[in-house]
Design a protein around this ligand. Structure first.
Ligand SMILES: Nc1ncnc2c1ncn2[C@@H]1O[C@H](COP(=O)(O)OP(=O)(O)OP(=O)(O)O)[C@@H](O)[C@H]1O
Ligand SMILES: [Mg+2]
Length: 269
């Protein structure tokens, strides 16, 4: 795991969110998440993963006993102020925005308080597009891209700030295999080399096993398990969370994989 410094960990205790008159998260306690860690947020559809990320980012009304980045209390901050510290990337970018990729990433960069001067900003945008391997898309319009290309552009918008915390909601969903691994390796680099805390929602458990430092498994708005991916992605947890019969085995390359042998409806909690 990445080295930790307690001072810039993200602390989230007693997170409660009500939406549409229903309690979605009820006093959820998250273990401290250290700077420099890649954290996989796992769980079935509707378990509260997106709601949790939005609550951290201040994008849904939430109550919290503690929500802090190191010594900085995030609770009094509105979403715009919190975005200086935490960037939330939704699962899909709107497909009807007629901006070029370069312009969209530049707008995201310039929106930050104390933004860099224009020449530095242009260089920074070009560097992020290059890092993500989408420099060739710079002049293409967002509404003329494929879903995966648009997802990479969204990731560039989130990354260009180098915030303390990146909250990425299913960033791999529209990506091909090459881009999935490419993006995970970039995110791992951001975490381990630049000390950014990256929390990302993944449905692909093999990706979590392979790349994440820590994993959080949500079911019904509560934390079922937290720890290393190997501690969390276990047959008993998978049965309870996803109602599947599964085991984890190492491939001939030494990578752990989840092998599903069937559905286990009787385990559904
Ligand atoms: N605006 C809303 N109003 C009412 N209920 C909502 C709202 N947004 C989400 N919910 C409910 O909150 C619960 C958690 O939703 P959330 O989007 O956080 O799930 P998720 O874990 O991200 O699921 P998925 O894997 O499908 O994206 C679901 O039952 C959902 O129906
Ligand atoms: Mg979601």
């Amino acid at each position: 795991m990445a080295p930790t410094t307690q001072t810039d960990s993200l602390f989230a205790d007693g997170i409660s969110v009500r939406l549409g008159g229903r309690g979605i998260l009820s006093g959820l306690d998250i273990p401290p998440l250290p700077a420099g860690a890649l954290v996989a947020l796992l769980g079935p559809n509707g378990s509260g993963k997106s709601t949790l990320l939005k609550a951290l980012a201040g994008l849904v009304p939430a109550r919290a006993a503690r929500l802090a980045l190191g010594a900085t209390d995030l609770r009094p901050m509105a979403a715009a102020a919190r975005a200086h510290y935490l960037r939330y990337l939704p699962p899909g970018l709107p497909a009807d925005v007629h901006l070029s990729v370069f312009e969209a990433v530049m707008v995201a960069l310039r929106a930050r308080p104390g933004a860099a001067p224009a020449t530095n900003a242009a260089r920074r945008v070009a560097a992020v597009l290059d890092e993500l391997g989408i420099a060739a898309l710079a002049d293409r319009y967002l509404d003329e891209l494929s879903d995966g290309q648009r997802q990479l552009a969204g990731l560039a918008q989130a990354m260009v700030h180098e915030p303390a915390v990146l909250l990425l909601d299913e960033p791999l969903t529209a990506l091909d295999l090459n881009h999935q691994h490419h993006v995970m390796q970039i995110l791992l680099g951001l975490a381990h080399e630049r000390r950014i805390l990256v929390v990302l929602v993944l449905h692909d458990l093999d990706m979590a096993l392979r790349y994440a430092d820590q994993a959080l498994l949500l079911t019904h708005g509560a934390l079922l398990a937290a720890g290393t991916p190997a501690e969390v992605i276990r047959p008993d947890h998978l049965a309870r969370a996803f109602s599947i019969l599964a085991r984890v085995e190492s491939s001939s390359l030494g990578h752990p994989h989840v092998l599903v042998s069937g559905l286990a409806d009787s385990f559904h909690s």
